[in-house]
Design a protein around this ligand. Structure first.
Ligand SMILES: Nc1ncnc2c1ncn2[C@@H]1O[C@H](COP(=O)(O)OP(=O)(O)OP(=O)(O)O)[C@@H](O)[C@H]1O
Ligand SMILES: [Mg+2]
Length: 497
């Protein structure tokens, strides 16, 4: 009877692609469609009449299937999409959606169960994988977002740093553009005397550190060359040596130059200006003629040297700097301290590593080398052949007192090269006279201090040049000093017309 029912639908069942199974109420297989046999690799002989759980050597004894057939179905006449997951011996793991339906046969009043099996293994696996993929991708994206946020923060920090550096570079550029206008001697320190070699040895010793260096020596001895040599042998050499001459400006202007100002700090300050200290951050600051620094600024300088901090004029914001300090002076600072012109605490701070450039008269060995160097250099600059220096002239140069030291020698040679037209160098200056005068003074009187002699001599030269301080035939030319140095000396020695 049951078979009859099946044969009624045989054609229909045969054409359904989903595996189908018809069971009787005792759960024995009445029949199945070809798709079922093919899908589950079983034959009609072993299937028809067998209990469903016994199919394929008991492979269909699946707890979930039992649940559907014995618990769920008796309470419902239809049940769809009952998910069963099972690993079959021949065909491996399968995920199936079972759709079960009770069928009444009117003719016999028998009841049968139609079980349609939908194999959703691939779809489910894909879905599950998709979930895993989406999860992995989501966590990847979350990670990428975090990284991006971090990178953004880093980039913002970098931008701030770049802005800061840019500001500093602009300051440095402005400073350097001004500096380039001044003619710089490259740091060819000429000489072979032991005294000079000792100075160079000290430079080498200290260059690599951050120690403050104090360069001492008479005017024109090459103190600035020493300062530059220290900077250029130091790890800071890639940056500029930032210089300020403390004798060249009045106190309020030096303060402004050193520490900078905010916009509106004083009348006429229309924009913010960086001070030399800020420009020299990470580099070296050369404070020339430090002996001339006004007392009120000495305290401020001490603070920067001690704590590395200061404020711009017109600002309460404290700025930190790391600038290596080199100072130079031709003064006897110890005496200035005693006289109350120089702060003792600052003097101790500056005097950590003093380097003294000896006067030219104490290293005459260097004179022939300097003469050869400068005569050649000046002649080349003037487009002339290098003249020969006659022996008599060299002797005179060797015995001269050189109060203006190398700068004076350079000036004398320059004038000589200019007027010499033949192969021999001709001297213009009667440079023996001042020395003779000086010698006499020392021999006969011997009571004047060096400062008094210097004062007398400067006055004598000024009178001789009608108080012409700069330019051709001026006092600076004769004395071999630069203008600011001479003015500073005049102020110091109280020389007025
Ligand atoms: N050893 C040297 N070799 C070559 N040139 C030198 C030497 N010493 C000094 N000079 C030159 O002499 C001139 C004066 O040097 P510098 O300006 O360094 O002296 P200074 O001691 O700083 O003088 P001042 O006290 O007047 O500032 C410069 O032109 C410098 O190039
Ligand atoms: Mg100098």
């Amino acid at each position: 009877m049951q078979k009859a029912f099946l044969s009624e639908f045989d054609d229909v069942l045969g054409s359904v692609r989903e595996p189908l199974l018809v069971l009787d109420t005792s759960l024995k297989v009445v029949g199945a469609n070809p798709s079922f046999y093919k899908h589950f690799r079983v034959t009609p002989e072993n299937t028809e009449g067998a209990l469903i759980y016994d199919l394929g050597n008991g492979q269909w004894n699946i707890p979930k299937l039992r649940q559907l057939l014995e618990e769920v179905l008796p309470r419902n006449s239809v049940f769809n999409d009952f998910e069963v997951e099972h690993s079959f011996e021949y065909i491996g793991p399968k995920i199936m959606h079972l759709n079960a339906r009770k069928i009444h046969q009117k003719s016999s009043d028998a009841q049968q169960i139609l079980l349609a099996i939908e194999d959703v293994t691939e779809r489910e696996y894909y879905k599950r994988n998709l979930e895993i993929i989406v999860e992995a991708r989501t966590s990847e994206l979350a990670k990428a977002r975090k990284t991006a946020e971090k990178e953004k923060a880093t980039a913002e920090e970098a931008l701030l740093e770049i802005k800061k550096l840019k500001k500093q570079l602009e300051g440095e550029k402005t400073y350097l553009t001004e500096e380039i206008k001044l003619e710089h001697n490259h740091e060819n320190i000429i000489g072979k005397s032991d005294a000079l070699k000792y100075v160079l040895y000290k430079v080498e010793q200290i260059a690599a550190t951050n120690t403050t260096v104090l360069v001492l020596g008479e005017t024109g001895t090459g103190k600035e060359l020493v300062a530059r040599a220290v900077h250029h042998s130091s790890p800071r050499k890639k940056r500029a040596l930032v210089k300020i001459n403390c004798a060249a400006l009045p106190a309020n202007l030096i303060e402004n130059e050193l520490f900078g100002h905010e916009k509106g700090a004083f009348t006429g300050s229309s924009a913010r200006q960086l001070g030399r200290f800020e420009v020299a951050n990470g580099a070296t600051l050369f404070l020339d003629e430090i002996g001339e620094l006004p007392l009120e600024l000495q305290a401020k300088l001490l603070r920067v040297i001690q704590d590395g901090e200061f404020e711009r004029l017109g600002s309460s914001h404290t700025i930190k700097v790391d600038a290596r300090i080199i100072t130079a002076t031709n003064r006897n600072l110890e005496q200035e301290v005693k006289k109350g012109n120089f702060r003792e605490d600052l003097w101790y701070r500056l005097n950590v590593f003093p380097v003294t450039m000896p006067p030219l008269r104490d290293r005459t060995e260097d004179i022939p080398l300097l003469v050869a160097f400068y005569v050649k250099k000046i002649a080349r600059r003037l487009g002339k052949d290098t003249p020969i220096v006659p022996k008599l002239m060299m002797d005179a140069l060797l015995h001269y007192h050189w109060p203006g030291n190398v700068r004076e020698l350079e000036n004398i040679l320059e004038r000589a090269v200019i007027i010499s037209s033949g192969p021999k160098l001709r001297m213009v200056d009667d440079f023996d006279k001042p020395l003779a005068g000086l010698r006499n003074t020392h021999k006969t009187v011997g009571t004047k201090t060096l400062e008094q002699v210097e004062r007398d001599y400067i006055i004598q030269v000024l009178e001789q040049t009608n108080w012409k301080v700069s330019g051709k035939n001026s006092a600076t030319q004769i004395l071999g000093l630069n203008r600011s140095t001479l003015r500073a000396r005049m102020r110091k020695l109280d020389i007025n017309k």
